[in-house]
Design a binder for this molecule. Structure first.
Ligand code: EPU
Length: 441
């Protein structure tokens, strides 16, 4: 059986949608919970396959966990860590699990974590993570595809990242919590998820200042200073941005609740320039609407607070039917235009040259059978199918399920025509068997 989305496009999305907890924050908070002995509880945890994989990773370390569906809370009991190895089978499925490296070196002084390797959207190296840990005094060996890090004692250091890497900033924050003295990360990532991690760690008893700026300082504390906590994750700004695009693209009008609008300033500004109407309803809700054909814009993806790469594919989808020509430069990943061939199959006019895409707006997209190649490209195809004339089928939903909780239910509540259906897949062998059997009849 294979699950597919069946989407009938052309219905304006209307009503209200509630955004869940941020995937890219929760995954790191789960790693951070490993630092304090005892039971921490994280609220606003979305049910996603990526969260499930991270649970398997930390369960593999001997840590007990339980998820409460009604409360959307996750309890992590890190009283004991009995194993320091994170296996390739899991890390290769979900790169964020590499974040247990910093937490394990910090707490256990040793960690063996599989190198994640590349992924569909780019090479995604982890060299900054490794160089940073070495600067803190960890001895690192790369053997048989694993990073083996050991440190009798970590000592604070000055680390300047070549790029403001989110994952490296987070891993080094985790590693610096128990280091002797101060760890100063310069050119640090400034994403809201970094601030969430710092708030989580500080609530546990860590001493971190500057999160959300380009310089984060972690003043080392003693292991006994850390205690488990209860904490609520920030809302998922990328899920919110995806719904903003879907509402605007279908010429709808809806309220998006449970968000921090300030986390979406750059994206909101670009949508306003395209002609969308966006207004604040209350401190955690916005109303998004669009009546007319959008105007084209140009943008370059950048680390926060710039245009988020994770919303690049949604904006491209909107540009496919906008008035004029839009140019996108993807500056973070080498291969993040995976949606382009699929959008072309829906009638989009896109010229791609390495990390640049020139999108000439057409009057309309038409439905087609489409394949999701990765999480955000997949979500942008759902947006495109909702905008398009006619029916679409989207395959390889496992990519989308990594980062969107109840996606089709939320879209349906907004009036979108979408269904997830299981389809029986007949293997070529079964097919030829069938033909052979038929020929006997
Ligand atoms: N980079 C290096 N060396 C390193 C680390 C990063 O060269 O040691 C490069 C990467 O190859 C990439 C760039 O730096 O080209 C940015 O990578 P970064 O480390 O900032 O990204 P990440 O931590 O691997 C997180 C999100 C991504 C999001 C990026 C950028 C999580 C789990 N993932 O990845 O989210 O695109 O930050 O904002 O937090 C998604 O949710 O769909 C997703 C891919």
């Amino acid at each position: 059986m294979v699950e597919k989305f069946y989407i009938k496009g052309g219905t304006p999305l209307k009503g209200e949608v509630l955004i869940g907890g941020a995937k890219n924050s929760v995954l790191k908070l789960m790693a951070a919970a490993l630092l304090a002995k005892g039971e921490s509880k994280i609220y606003n945890v979305p049910e996603l396959t990526d969260v499930e994989i991270m649970l398997q990773v930390i369960n593999g370390l001997g840590v007990k966990t339980s998820y409460n569906k009604e409360e959307k809370s996750l309890t992590i009991d890190a009283t004991e860590i009995t194993n320091i190895t994170a296996k390739y089978e899991l890390v290769s499925k979900m790169r964020a699990s590499f974040n247990v490296l910093g937490a394990l070196v910090s707490r256990c002084k040793e960690a063996i974590v599989a190198l994640p390797g590349g992924c569909a959207i780019g090479e995604r190296r982890v060299d900054f993570h490794i160089k940073g840990l070495e600067a803190l005094g960890a001895k690192i060996k790369i053997e048989n595809g694993y990073v083996h890090a050991k440190a009798n004692k970590l000592v604070g250091a000055e680390i300047c990242l070549d790029l403001p890497s989110v994952g490296a900033t987070e891993n080094l924050m985790l590693a610096g919590v128990f280091a002797e003295g101060a760890t100063r990360i310069q050119n640090a990532a400034q994403e809201p998820e970094i601030v969430d991690l710092a708030n989580f760690l500080n609530a546990m008893g860590a001493d971190i200042i500057g999160a959300g700026t380009s310089e984060v300082v972690i003043n080392g504390v003693r292991q006994e200073d850390l205690h488990p906590i209860e904490y609520t994750t920030i809302p998922d700004r990328i899920e919110a941005g995806t719904f903003m695009a879907a509402i605007v693209g279908t010429k709808g009008k809806a309220v998006i609740r449970n968000i921090y609008p300030a986390h979406l300033t750059f994206f909101t500004d670009k949508l306003l320039k395209m002609g969308a109407n966006i207004k604040l309803v209350d401190p955690t809700s916005i109303e998004v609407a669009c009546k007319n054909r959008l105007n084209s814009i140009n943008f370059v993806t950048q680390p926060y607070p710039g245009f988020p790469t994770d919303l690049q594919s949604m904006a491209m989808t909107l540009l496919t039917t906008a008035n004029g020509v839009g140019i996108i430069t993807e500056s973070l990943y080498e291969n993040r235009f995976m949606q382009v061939p699929e959008l072309r199959r829906m009638g989009a006019d896109i010229h791609q040259d390495r990390n640049h895409a020139i999108i000439k707006g057409v009057k309309k997209l038409t439905g087609a059978t489409l394949t999701a190649s990765d999480l955000r490209a997949g979500a942008s195809l759902v947006v495109a199918a909702l905008m398009a004339e006619g029916n679409s089928v989207i395959e390889k939903l496992h990519h989308i399920d990594r980062g969107y909780e109840n996606f089709e239910n939320k879209i349906r509540l907004l009036g979108g025509k979408i269904e997830r259906k299981d389809e029986v897949v007949v293997s070529p062998v079964e097919l030829t068997e069938g033909i052979r059997n038929e020929s006997y009849i």
